[in-house]
Design a protein around this ligand. Sequence first.
Ligand code: MG
Length: 266
Amino acid sequence: MLVSPLSPPVSAQLLLSFDFDGTLHDPASVPAIDPDFFCLIEELRKTHGAIWGINTGRSMHHFAHGLVEGKFPFAPDYAVVCEREIYVSKPDGHFVAEKSWNQRCARDIDEIFAKAKKVMQKIREHIGHHTGAHWMEEDDGSIGIIARTTEEMDWIVTEVKKLTINHPLLGWQRSTIYLRFGHKDYQKGSALAEVARLHQLSSELVFAIGDSHNDLEMLDHNVAQKIACPANAVSDVIEHIRRQNGYVCRRTHSQGVIEALEHFFA
Ligand SMILES: [Mg+2]
């Protein structure tokens, strides 16, 4: 069943971006998202004119499943899925593609994949010889790798960096054992900056929180000046947030998210 978004604010004055898996959503908790999170969002809508969204590596289909599983009482105002595609929720709860961005993103990725075809084949062979990781090519054109362990993915990322040195625009996003290839210009950070641009909000009015490597581009002061990570974030993200004078939560998952929102907007 679809859930509608909150009625829009008179004027948007704040933009909030939440990673889903490992940040807002903890499958080991019951409920997976603390219901107080949604009360706080409603409050921030009233007090700060807050627009909020989920910025995730999940596909649209998998994200929609997450809304049901996470018992969202209302829909986010926007979603960034596959770490790069932007969708905006309509009053009836349907999500509509932000066409010009998504089309540009798909076109540029096709172009970079065509240019980097040989090197990607080389990566595939190299990974196949040295690891037990799976190479994934989906019907929608997305290409990625699933490792057996995070240590194996650490090694794969080091090798991918070396092999792609002459392809500066070939990007990838890594979260735990997953890696998705793409274009350097399209990631959670640039997608969030585009959402901010559409709402005419500068980076001082943007908040972002995430726990993994694929969140690093949105946890950047050029994109969001209020940045945080939950206590369960990977060590590289915790160090990054500390270096940028962001907020490292004492609590994990959605309780950490609540803590960070209270820290910045109490
Ligand atoms: Mg995450």
